[in-house]
Design a protein around this ligand. Structure first.
Ligand code: NAD
Length: 253
C-alpha cells in the first residue's frame, strides 16, 4: 500500500529538479500525477518514463491564470479529481533593486508568487469537492531573510511564505492543509548559473552547516510527508529544509 494510492497530484515545475523528484516520489507511492512545466520535452519524457496510465504532462506557464485554471480542470477530467497540489515552478533573479529592470521584477513576481495564488485559487474548489486535500508551496530560505542581489526573488518567496499562512487559516476547517517548504541550496539547474561563478559553490558549501547542497530527492521527501496523512495536524507550517543554514546566526567559527 502506497501513502498516495488513489490520490491525484498536480506538480508545477514537474519537468526538472525538485518537481521531477516529487513527481517520481508521489508516483512511486501510488499517486496519479499531472506534471506541468514550460519544458515540453523534459516533461513529456518524465511522464512517459513513469508510465502513461498514472502520469501525464501538460505544458503550462504558471504565470498565466487561465493556463493554471485549465491545468487543474485537466487533472480533474483525466484522473477524476484532485487531492494534492505542489506549487513549485520558479525562476531565479540576480539583481539588486537599483539594477533590476521593471519587467524583470514583474516576471519574477508573476512566476514565483502570483503562480502560487493562481494554483491555490484553481485548486481549492477541486479539493473541497474531494472533502479536503493538501497544498504544498515551494518558498525558499530566501523568503525568510535577505540575500545580496536577490531583490525580486526575496520579495516573491517572502510572499509565498505569508500567502501559505493566509490560505492555510482560511481553509483549515475545510480539511485543506497548506504548507510551505523553504529549501536551502539544492543541486538543480536553477542555480547552475550561480554555481558556475568562480568560488561560489565552495563558499556555499562552507556556509551550510551540513557542508553540502541538498539532493532534490531530499526536498521531495519532505513535500511527500507534508502531502501525506502523516502530517494530518500540520497546516500553515513553513519548513526550512536547508542543512542548518537558517539555524545559524552567521557568527564566524
Ligand atoms: P529547476 O530549474 O530544476 O526547476 C524549475 C522548473 O520550473 C523548470 O522545469 C522550469 O522549466 C519550470 N518553470 C520555470 N518557469 C515556469 C513557468 N513560468 N511555468 C511553468 N514552469 C516553469 O529548479 P528547482 O531548484 O527544482 O526549482 C524548483 C523550486 O524550488 C523553485 O520555486 C525554486 O525557486 C525553489 N528553490 C530552489 C532552490 C535551489 O537551490 N535549487 C532553493 C530554494 C528554492
Amino acid at each position: 500500500m502506497g501513502r498516495f494510492d488513489g490520490k491525484v497530484a498536480v506538480i508545477t515545475g514537474g519537468a526538472s529538479g525538485i518537481g521531477a523528484a516529487a513527481a517520481r516520489r508521489f508516483h512511486a507511492e501510488g499517486a496519479s500525477v499531472l506534471l506541468a512545466d514550460l519544458n515540453l520535452e523534459a516533461g513529456e519524457a518524465l511522464a512517459a518514463s513513469l508510465g502513461e496510465g498514472r502520469a501525464r504532462f501538460r505544458k503550462v506557464d504558471v504565470a498565466s491564470w487561465p493556463e493554471v485554471d485549465a491545468l487543474v480542470a485537466d487533472a480533474v477530467r483525466a484522473f477524476g479529481g484532485l487531492d494534492i497540489l505542489f506549487n513549485n515552478a520558479g525562476i531565479g533573479s540576480f539583481a539588486n533593486a537599483a539594477d533590476l529592470a521593471v519587467e524583470d521584477w514583474r516576471r519574477v513576481i508573476d512566476v514565483d508568487l502570483s503562480s502560487v495564488f493562481y494554483g491555490c485559487k484553481a485548486a481549492l474548489p477541486a479539493l473541497r469537492a474531494r472533502g479536503g486535500g493538501s497544498i504544498i508551496n515551494t518558498a525558499s530560505i530566501s523568503g525568510l531573510a535577505g540575500d545580496f542581489s536577490f531583490a525580486a526573488y526575496n520579495a516573491a518567496k517572502a510572499g509565498v511564505v505569508n500567502l501559505t499562512r493566509s490560505v492555510a487559516i482560511d481553509h483549515a476547517r475545510e480539511n485543506i492543509r497548506v504548507n510551505a517548504v523553504c529549501p536551502g541550496p539544492v543541486d538543480t539547474p536553477i542555480i547552475s548559473g550561480i554555481n558556475d561563478l568562480q568560488g561560489v559553490r565552495e563558499a556555499w558549501d562552507a556556509r551550510v552547516p551540513m557542508g553540502r547542497f541538498a539532493r532534490p530527492e531530499e526536498i521531495a521527501a519532505v513535500v511527500a510527508f507534508l502531502a501525506s496523512d502523516d502530517a494530518s495536524y500540520m497546516t500553515g507550517a513553513i519548513l526550512a529544509v536547508d542543512g542548518g543554514v537558517t539555524a545559524h546566526t552567521g557568527q564566524p567559527d
